[in-house]
Design a protein around this ligand. Sequence first.
Ligand SMILES: [Zn+2]
Length: 260
Amino acid sequence: MKGRDRGVANYDWVSKFPAATVRHLHCHSSDHRPISLVFNPNNESQRWFRKPFCFEEIWLSDNGCSDMVNCIKSISVSIRASEDLLIWPQTPDGSYTVRSAYRMLAMASHNAQLGTSNLNTSKKLWSGIWKLQVPSKVRHFMWRASGEALPTRSNLRYRHVLVDGTCNLCEDHPEDAMHCLWMYDYVKCIWLSDPTFNFPRAKRFNNFCDLVLFVLSEATSSTAALFAMVAWCIWVRPNKLREGQQVWDVSDTIQRAWDL
Ligand SMILES: [Zn+2]
């Protein structure tokens, strides 16, 4: 394959399909290797399809796709046909260490143990989030945040898009949903500006999912809805700043979320 059979995605695409994975399939009849794109590896329904949906080259000649096709063709891929590089994704510099492999295996076995209780948790989370009186985009956001499926730096590192998943702002902590939406100092100030959200502060949560489950079970439905709206406002804030749109400061965020 010599570096030719590869997938290219921009940030917008990754944020639309955060769980998608790309891998090479084996092929004995060609020096190219087919690329398999799975949008949601955890989605049971995908296993029902026996024959994968295949890309047809004739699509490239369709007028409706010409802009996209030209854009993709303009991306320069190494002309030296260099050998594919093998990178160990578990360390920042890509080199293999026993310690990082041990950590990865420990994590995999921990996740496997969580398997059965996960199903009940997912059901509880799903029904709780779907009852929230908030716009459906916010419900989708809460579901993705709880499943650690947002394009956070931690998640992009996990999907091999970034080498380093550390938060850009504090440079001190992996940037996962919990950090971006609840723990990061600036974000903490937003939540602390309204005593309504003092009740979960006394507890420690392992991840954003645990926090959401706690809020869904302990808070009134209007507080849980406000919680989701504030989390949404916090999540879209950096994008709005990047696009030069108006954002609210710490003291206004919760009031504005309430008004939305
Ligand atoms: Zn940070």
